[in-house]
Design a protein around this ligand. Structure first.
Ligand SMILES: [Fe+2]
Ligand SMILES: [Fe+2]
Length: 159
């Protein structure tokens, strides 16, 4: 099926996948702060990560999930269940006591969730989501990171 959006418009898949990368970069900064025992840096990076992830989840839940729900309730329920699980995991973590082990576990869980969304939600969104939902989604998540953002002290996605 042909995409319904104009070719110059960023795809949902590209835009939200870039936001996933930004989330990982935030956790990478957190790991860097760990390595120099900068507890304030760890706490600040964790708070920034939580805020960005909350905005990302909220945008998906308010703008994408309602659009996919009528045609594919099983996918909608699965994504919402993963969001609930991740929110519960984060709620258990004390930013002042977050450990490297916990951060790496969160990264693994987020990657699994991102891969799932990429397969079942973002591809569908680019083909079938209403234009209004896509436009609102891009605004809610914010601008795409610049291509050279890794040059400003960022070293890329956590491996
Ligand atoms: Fe999500
Ligand atoms: Fe996502």
């Amino acid at each position: 099926m042909a995409a319904l959006h104009a070719p110059e418009e960023p795809s949902v898949r590209a835009h939200l996948s870039s936001d996933h990368v930004e989330l990982e970069r935030t956790l990478e900064r957190l790991i860097e702060a760990f390595e120099v025992e900068d507890r304030e840096g760890v706490s600040a990076a964790w708070t920034g990560f939580e805020h960005r992830l909350a905005a990302h989840f909220d945008a998906e839940e308010q703008l994408l999930i309602p659009a996919i729900l009528p045609g594919n309730p099983r996918v909608a329920a699965a994504i919402l269940a993963e969001h609930r699980h991740l929110r519960a995991r984060l709620a258990e973590i004390d930013p002042g006591r977050v450990s490297l082990r916990i951060v790496r576990a969160v990264i693994d869980e987020l990657r699994a969730h991102a891969a799932h969304e990429d397969r079942v939600l973002y591809v569908w969104a680019d083909e079938a989501a209403p234009e209004s939902a896509r436009s609102s989604l891009f605004q809610a998540v914010g601008p795409l990171p610049s291509p050279d953002s890794s040059a400003s002290g960022r070293t890329g996605v956590v491996k």
